[in-house]
Design a protein around this ligand. Sequence first.
Ligand code: ZN
Ligand code: ZN
Length: 284
Amino acid sequence: MSDSYYKIEEMNGYYRIGSPEAVFCYVIVGKEKAMLIDTGHGYGNLKQVVKSITDKPLYIVNTHGHLDHTSGNAQFEEKVYIHKKDMELCREHTGKMMREQSVERAMHSVNYETQEEYNALPDKFDKENYINQGTGNLVEVAGGQIFDLGGATLEIVETPGHTQGGISVWYKEKKLAFTGDTTGFFVWLFAPETTSREIYIDTLNRLLKLPVDFYIGGHNENVMTKEDLELYMRAAKEADFEKGQKFESFANGEEEVRVCALDGKTLDDMFEPGFAALVITKDK
Ligand SMILES: [Zn+2]
Ligand SMILES: [Zn+2]
């Protein structure tokens, strides 16, 4: 099948599904079963794309409850595993109001690298159907839980920070960890659902101790190494709100949000090597 909205890439040990939604979903195929990590905004027919990769029984895991990782859940009959601390967040984020807002934003998406505006919705987008889809078949998952796909062992690791119930999926045989939005050069730690900075730093330590070579994020084009995580750790420890740069986004609340980048860098340096920032409110 071909659905030009989604782009499937075969990576080293997993499939990456990219799209104009600007968030990646991942598929791991074992000898007996398969796993889908995150379901994106679900504007396009993700289910069809996943079925084109594998017809094996499917586990679905949400790295966290945010709408850009969970809105495709409802396309699937399968259970969707999510940490209990993010369940309520997921229900809110996949509800009608948030879906309506997300569709409005999608029509005026901005490529942060080129600053170009584009419409992220597919050609035949059924808005009425989309906004009423709901949450999907959520079930709880916790740290230590193991999914055996047959030759592919995946363990859930609790990685709170960006959200209270953030989890990562550790693929033992391939020494990979899928971290959602937990790790990256631009970590949002300002919304009410985020944890304290201390808890986020503990999470980075936990991830650094895992015997993995690469960390794979929800929005990062490139895989991350331990060296990258050390950089994010330094950014987390050194972030000083007073020296930060004002930041506006759809997710901002009442309080001012600032980008605190390492080594005096600013948003203009965002795509340069060595850029790492924590995006916080004063109380963080
Ligand atoms: Zn997120
Ligand atoms: Zn995200």
